[in-house]
Design a protein around this ligand. Structure first.
Ligand code: MLT
Length: 387
């Protein structure tokens, strides 16, 4: 028997990165030497000392039972210490931190905890697809804030109508941004806090990429702004900072009542992060800064090489300030989907169509630098041959 999916599922396109992975695998099966610049999944290994911490934790039978609850106290303490050290933000590990099975999981679940059917959730377009999926699953409505070149790819808060704002309850911001790699500074976050206070909004800032920055210019945390903790939370991930995408571990921090709403949803749906993974997370968070510096150095070299190569092609893009994404205008006026199809067919390179991140992404495509320099050079040579 073939059962129908729910109406909510029918409103969603196939999940972008699963679709990209399918295309990649199909091309590999045909024998194409594929270079995948589609998903932001680091090719670098998780540092050994983190793997060792997992191994040690896994050997202890005390860790084999349900983890339950908002995360090990030691994990939440390590998160709070890391926030203090990195951003100068003070968090109470007891009720201002919750461990997540990757930040994607928390981003997807937060709307269920705070939105009612009919509520509006404001989110960037282009934007990480999970903001919209989580909103739909909560029975709420998405309102897309266009990120355009004209606005420096920042949301124009003043352009949102009073009617929308009356029904809005949650706003997603994201910096360093996926897919544009643009940063929000303290002045912009200050504006977001004032806007949220005025309109009774919860702010959820997705900050998964703060540790992948370039030229020594450290991104700030939303929670550094006075008043931010009164109205908001921030989502973080160990995935990108420590090459741990497969491990599924992240955290949300900030306003107690919002953290509790998220933890309560999770309490009903999952049983927590496997304790040995939390111990590995503690090892990562307590590591000397040199660990993330060494990872950054690798991406800095790749970014410089790729930016120089793309400039030679004459393509239009902003040099990423952080994260590992290049957000590029489709060079020849084709649609995003047609262009990405051409790049796959003629160059054997998988890239992500901009419209997969929302309607405002049409006319753009995204490439990641999660392959080594030799492969990036090879990609540039193939791209140069495209007609
Ligand atoms: C991306 O490619 O946008 C990310 O890897 C997706 C994710 O972090 O879930």
């Amino acid at each position: 028997m073939d059962f129908q999916q729910s109406d909510r599922m029918k409103k969603l396109p196939p999940y972008l990165f699963i679709e990209m992975d399918r295309k990649k695998k199909a091309a590999i099966e045909k024998g194409v030497d594929i270079i995948s610049l589609a998903i932001g999944d680091p090719d670098l290994a998780t540092p050994d000392f983190i793997v060792e911490a997992l191994y040690k934790g896994a050997k202890d039978k005390a860790n084999h039972q349900y983890p339950l609850g908002p995360g090990l106290p030691k994990f939440r303490e390590a998160v709070a210490k890391w926030y203090q050290h990195r951003f100068g933000v003070t968090l109470d590990p007891k009720d201002e931190v919750v461990a997540l099975i990757g930040s994607k999981e928390g981003i997807g679940h937060l709307p269920i905890g705070v939105l009612n059917p009919g509520d509006v959730c404001l989110m960037p377009s282009p934007g990480y697809p999970v903001y919209h999926a989580g909103t739909l699953f909560a029975g709420a409505e998405s309102y897309f804030m266009p990120l355009t070149e004209k606005n420096g790819f920042l949301p124009d808060l003043d352009a949102i109508s009073a009617d929308v704002l009356k029904r809005a309850k949650l706003i997603w911001t994201n910096s360093p941004n996926n897919p544009t790699s643009v940063l929000m500074d303290k002045a912009f976050y200050t504006k977001v806090v004032a806007f949220a206070q005025k309109n009774n909004l919860i702010v959820a800032n997705d900050a998964a990429y703060t540790e992948l920055y370039y030229d020594g210019k450290k991104p700030v945390s939303f929670l550094e702004v006075p008043g931010a903790k009164e109205i908001g939370v921030e989502f973080h991930s160990l995935s990108k900072t420590f090459n741990m995408t497969g491990w599924r571990v992240g955290f949300a921090v900030g306003n107690k009542s919002i953290i509790k709403a998220l933890a309560d949803v999770k309490g009903n749906l999952d049983s927590g992060v496997f304790n040995p993974i939390q111990y590995a997370g503690i090892a990562a968070l307590e590591a000397p800064d040199s660990v993330s510096e060494n990872i950054r150095k690798i991406y800095q070299e790749r970014r410089d090489l790729f930016a120089a190569g793309l400039k030679k092609l004459g393509w239009q893009f902003q040099i990423p300030q952080a994260a590992f994404y290049f957000w590029i205008k489709v060079p020849n006026g084709m649609s995003s989907a047609d262009w990405c199809g051409k790049v796959l067919e003629e160059a054997g390179i998988v890239v992500t169509p901009g419209n997969g991140f929302g309607a405002e992404g049409e006319g753009y495509f995204r490439m990641t630098i999660t392959v080594d320099k030799a492969r990036l050079e090879e990609a540039l040579q193939r791209l140069a041959k495209l007609k």
